[in-house]
Ligand binder design. Structure first.
Ligand code: SF4
Ligand code: SF4
Length: 106
């Protein structure tokens, strides 16, 4: 079962999680990063690396952030990207629940 990135990443995107991921399954969208559920090997390395505490195991996503489980899945259906987040670079697409959020001032 994969890990999930949630709202705390929106407009932060410091990529600390990406640097730790041995499966290269974290991809950079327009306003947040997304974990490909088909590529994640469930190692857990990304969770403690996140300064925003935005990463959760899929079974432990807080109720108020539960829409992000589907958001991480649909991102890869809509953006049609796979085979490595580092090579993919920035993808100018976001899940709908992310696109409608007000811009966060860092
Ligand atoms: S759990 Fe491991 S494989 Fe999955 S996204 Fe996090 S670092 Fe990558
Ligand atoms: S470490 Fe957290 S805030 Fe930084 S890019 Fe990854 S999920 Fe987003």
């Amino acid at each position: 079962m994969p890990y999930v990135i949630t709202e705390g990443c929106v407009d932060i995107m410091d990529k600390s999680c990406m640097e730790q991921c041995p499966a290269d399954c974290i991809y950079e969208g327009g306003r947040m990063l997304y974990i490909n559920p088909d590529e994640c090997i469930d190692c857990g390395a990304c969770e403690p690396a996140c300064p925003q505490e935005a990463v959760f195991h899929i079974d432990l996503v807080p109720e108020e952030l539960s829409d992000y489980t589907a958001a991480n899945e649909t991102f890869f259906v809509e953006a049609s990207v796979r085979d490595g987040g580092r090579a993919a670079g920035k993808i100018n697409h976001d899940a709908a629940i992310v696109s409608v959020l007000p811009m966060r001032v860092k």
